[in-house]
Design a protein around this ligand. Structure first.
Ligand SMILES: Cc1cc2nc3c(=O)[nH]c(=O)nc-3n(C[C@H](O)[C@H](O)[C@H](O)COP(=O)(O)OP(=O)(O)OC[C@H]3O[C@@H](n4cnc5c(N)ncnc54)[C@H](O)[C@@H]3O)c2cc1C
Length: 458
């Protein structure tokens, strides 16, 4: 350890306090991973409780020339918060205060470490609603959601995180506090808020978020419809949309996913089920219940098997359980999983799902697929054992084939989980060099020395 490092660390501790600076091996291990198999130890972890701590941490990193990697809850699925080149992890878990909720203006101001579900619960007590709901909402943070532009189950009707961010405060690579949008009285001519959203911690550390809220829907009806074929399920999705109904949720689960989750929960579907849709309509009671009736009648026309309906919380939760327990149930199928979140145009969903099944057969792999059917956003889960060299190779080839299929069908490589490290090398399949170069120039303008989250996205 050289003397600059020692001196710098001492100064940092003096400025922010001993309890906010971690260097012990166990502590470093705790901040070395996310949900991908990627792992790398940082050199130091700083847990700020106020923006000035973030400023000090960034200035320290500049002085000793190490990278800075912002981190929310580490639920990311693309390696974004893994400090792959070491350096300083800025762990936002203690900047977790909801600073205000304004009922009249329908907005909330939060620190980045607020857990998404905590914010949702607090605004709902006041009759308001914050719709973005990644399935990780009970753990993930608002800062992580903004940095990944998280989507979720309600995207089809309500949009993604970007649709709710009014402004941000961030600490830039110079260690300066920069307000955007709402926090800048919307003075800036170029929308810096929009550039920060989805930038995956590569442009700066977000220290405050202003979020738009809407009125809490009065009524919700949940419908669970099993089908004997994928075609029938997708026909229903398209017809619901063609009728002008915009459900809040339209989740699709294929046969392999259902097999895993029903065994896990000891749940029964009718024999021969090939796909299940979980649909939820919400809004004023008369409108949402009428839409629920129309969907029920479409379910009959499309020969759904044993459709179930619920409009009371306990019953709804029972129908939701199948969807919510997918992740732990898949974990039992194989030691390793490549989980990707590609997105295809809605009229290409059937070709995509058939293509994935072909790829799975071709490699002898199990690839359960589920996702947000309203948006064509599918989570494909390549189950394998990476200790088996043959399976490992097959899984990597299958992944590349799935990406190629997605792009051939006019889709995109990431619907919501971001690029991070796991999709970085595939980005050139989707973008032309001129577009990638444009992104590199944006990164350079914010962070000329590459301090923030190096090696990610580009
Ligand atoms: C079971 C499960 C289900 C999921 N479902 C969904 C889903 O439905 N939709 C979806 O979109 N995602 C989903 N995800 C992925 C993940 O939860 C989201 O990407 C989430 O937004 C990450 O939040 P986090 O707080 O865990 O961030 P982290 O994983 O800690 O970080 C994610 C990225 O954000 C950056 N970052 C974090 N905080 C800040 C900050 N304050 N300033 C600047 N950059 C920051 C990090 O550097 C990193 O690049 C799921 C994950 C799991 C495990």
């Amino acid at each position: 350890m050289d003397s600059d490092w020692k001196k710098g660390l001492k100064r940092l501790i003096r400025k922010v306090g001993r309890d906010k600076v971690l260097t012990g091996p166990e502590d470093l291990l705790m901040y070395s991973y996310d949900t991908t198999p990627l792992r790398h130890l940082p050199q130091v972890v700083v847990t700020p409780t106020e923006v000035q701590d973030v400023v000090e941490a960034v200035q320290f990193a500049r002085r000793v020339n190490i990278p800075v990697v912002p981190r929310g809850a580490g639920t990311g699925m693309s390696g974004g918060s893994v400090p792959i080149q070491g350096g300083l992890v800025l762990n936002f878990e203690r900047m977790n205060r909801i600073l205000s909720i304004d009922i009249e203006k329908k907005m909330g101001i939060c620190e980045p470490g607020v857990v998404t579900a905590t914010f949702q619960d607090e605004v709902e007590k006041l009759g308001l609603f914050y719709p973005p709901d990644p399935s990780s909402y009970t753990i993930s943070t608002l800062g992580g959601n903004v940095a990944e532009n998280a989507g979720g189950l309600r995207c089809f009707k309500y949009g993604v995180t970007a649709n709710y961010v009014l402004g941000l405060e961030f600490v830039n690579a110079e260690g300066e506090i920069v307000p955007t949008g709402y926090f800048d009285n919307y003075k800036s001519e170029i929308n810096l808020t929009g550039i920060l959203i989805g930038s995956e911690g590569t442009l700066g550390a977000i220290t405050k978020v202003a979020l738009r809220l809407i009125k809490k829907p009065e009524y919700t009806r949940t419908i669970q419809a099993p089908f004997s074929s994928i075609e029938r399920a997708l026909e229903l999705v398209n017809e619901v949309i063609a009728k002008g109904i915009t459900p809040a949720v339209m989740e699709f689960m294929d046969e392999e996913t259902l097999s895993a989750v029903t065994q896990y929960l000891n749940y029964d579907f009718p024999h021969g089920v090939a796909a299940v849709l979980l649909i939820e309509v919400d809004g004023p009671e008369d409108q949402a219940s009428q839409e629920g009736e129309e969907i029920a009648s479409l379910c009959r026309i499309h020969k759904a098997m044993a459709t179930e309906y619920a409009d009371r919380p306990g019953e709804q939760e029972r129908l939701w359980k199948i969807r919510r327990e997918i992740s732990p149930s898949l974990a039992r199928l194989a030691p390793d999983k490549i989980n990707e979140d590609v997105c295809v145009p809605r009229d290409q969903m059937l070709s995509f799902l058939k293509g994935v099944k072909g790829i799975a057969r071709g490699h002898g792999l199990l690839i359960p697929t589920f996702g947000h059917a309203g948006d064509g956003n599918f989570h494909v889960n390549i189950m394998y054992d990476r200790r088996d060299e043959g399976q490992n190779t097959d899984a990597q080839i299958a992944l590349e084939e799935i990406f190629d299929l997605t792009l051939q069908l006019g889709g995109t490589l990431s619907g919501e989980h971001g690029i991070g490290l796991v999709k970085r090398d595939y980005l050139k399949k989707q973008y032309r060099e001129v577009e990638l170069d444009f992104m590199r120039q944006v990164k350079k303008a914010f962070d000329p020395e590459g301090l923030f989250n190096p090696g990610k996205i580009l």
